[in-house]
Write a protein that binds this ligand. Structure first.
Ligand SMILES: [Zn+2]
Length: 254
């Protein structure tokens, strides 16, 4: 079976000199490709070199809500320029979105809309971060419709919310959340929607899977996420793996 970690931050300091080891560990489980999103302007610039060294990684450019500052409007203009110049290296725009735990929601919404417009202009999908913000994301999508779909990263929410995104051409990124028994609502979504609605991800080094709280998450833990998806689905695991792999390839055109 082959796998893709559709969202991990392998370029973060937590992995420093262990990047090659992490990739080798992941590959030993059949995890062949990894998507590494952008979070800040400076880090997006570094991702260009990162991707040249680690060719199994595919990259995206974005400003994560967590990293927004008063300079972000100006940085966004620079990001548009950077993304346009490096369009051929990108598989998506993001990670971007709205996080209700982060400050300045009006700024977040404005910057998110800029990302949607950029994705539409470059004909790329979006990697969307959400936290208690489905209603705000829906508002942004109503105002500026994403034309090339994307992924709702670390999806958690109801069946109705899930269906809304799938109808808009989005995949739902399943990660550590679904491994926790308390995430009943989200686990129900995994059982109920068509298998083609999902991709899997780790968000490493964040979002530890159940049983590994307090530890640094790694791409190899994608296998725990996969195990939980299999428990929640009725199809044979080979069929599930094939669908998840194909959905990531289709989404990111890789
Ligand atoms: Zn992330």
């Amino acid at each position: 079976m082959r796998f893709i970690d559709s969202h991990c931050h392998l370029d973060f300091a937590e992995f420093a000199d262990k990047t090659s080891q992490q990739i080798a560990d992941a590959a030993s489980f059949g995890i062949e490709k990894l998507i590494v999103p952008g979070v800040s302007l400076a880090q997006c610039k570094r991702l260009i070199d990162f991707q040249q060294v680690y060719s199994c990684c595919h990259i995206a450019f974005g400003l994560h809500p967590y990293f927004l500052t008063p300079d972000s409007r100006q940085e966004m203009a620079q990001l548009v320029d950077l993304a346009t110049r490096h369009r051929e290296r990108l598989v998506a725009i993001g990670e971007c979105g709205i996080d209700s735990q982060c400050a300045d929601l009006p700024l977040q919404q404005a910057i998110f809309t800029d990302h949607i417009q950029l994705a539409n202009m470059l004909e790329l999908p979006l990697i969307v971060h959400h936290r208690q913000s489905h209603h705000l994301i829906a508002q942004s999508f109503k105002q500026t419709k994403p034309k090339f779909g994307g992924v709702i990263h670390a999806f958690s929410g109801s069946r109705q919310q899930a269906q809304y995104y799938v109808n808009l051409g989005f995949k739902l990124g399943l990660g550590g959340t679904i491994t926790y028994p308390r995430a009943k609502k989200t686990r129900d979504v995994v059982s109920a929607l068509p298998l083609s609605s999902f991709v899997i991800e780790t968000d490493a080094p964040s979002m530890p899977v159940f049983g590994y709280q307090g530890q640094i998450n790694t791409p190899a833990r994608l296998m725990d996420v996969f195990k939980h998806v299999c428990q929640l689905r009725s199809e044979p695991k080979e069929e599930i793996a094939l669908s998840l792999y194909a959905s990531s390839c289709e989404l990111f055109s890789i």
